[in-house]
Design a protein around this ligand. Structure first.
Ligand SMILES: Nc1nc2c(ncn2[C@@H]2O[C@H](COP(=O)(O)OP(=O)(O)O)[C@@H](O)[C@H]2O)c(=O)[nH]1
Ligand SMILES: [Mg+2]
Length: 168
């Protein structure tokens, strides 16, 4: 089966760099703050689109990073082909990131770990690798740098399309 489009959902804690990453790969991406419920709560969402290898369209959906927005994540996740988890490697891995990681690993959807903010002098990618073991796809990035973000996305897509084609 020839894959022509992929829906990739971007997860991560608040401040991990999800919006920065999507903005870096698609400068025309949209960031939306949506009011929900009684209007006092806002959910932040991102959407970007990028073409890879002239035939593969990647639709990137950023999820809200706060734990309480589980309902929004569930909706955005529907029909996803793959997931990316952004992890800030300048600070300790938080419990929310840990639980997202384990839930996604168990879901059997291809999961890429984007170890982010590697440009920061005191960053520690090895700590993230140690704290979140078991992922087949790990990329050290600086989401602020468009070439780093695009390269990691391109490598992830290449890696998973090989796997998807093998299993179809
Ligand atoms: N130094 C550095 N800062 C980053 C990087 N990625 C994101 N940031 C910063 O981290 C903060 C949170 O990023 P944002 O994309 O809003 O996080 P989100 O809450 O996951 O969407 C912002 O101030 C970004 O400029 C990175 O790779 N390096
Ligand atoms: Mg954001």
């Amino acid at each position: 089966m020839e894959v022509s489009r992929l829906k990739i959902v971007v997860f991560g804690s608040y401040h991990a760099g999800k919006s920065t990453f999507i903005q870096a790969v698609d400068p025309a991406s949209r960031h939306v703050d949506t009011k929900c419920g009684d209007g006092t709560t806002t959910v932040a969402l991102d959407y970007g689109k990028v073409m890879i290898h002239d035939h593969l369209t990647i639709h990137l959906f950023g999820t809200p990073g706060q734990e309480r927005f589980e309902f929004a994540r569930r909706i955005i996740m529907q029909g996803m082909d793959a997931a990316l988890l952004l992890v800030d490697c300048t600070c300790a891995v938080d419990d929310f990131t840990r639980s997202l990681y384990h839930d996604l690993l168990e879901s059997n959807i291809p999961l890429g770990l984007l170890v982010n903010k590697c440009d920061v002098t005191e960053s520690c990618p090895a700590m993230v690798r140690r704290e979140l073991p078991g992922s087949s796809y790990i990329y050290e990035v600086s989401a602020k740098d468009p070439s780093s973000a695009r390269e990691a996305l391109g490598r992830f897509v290449e890696d998973i399309t090989k796997t998807l084609q093998h299993s179809s």
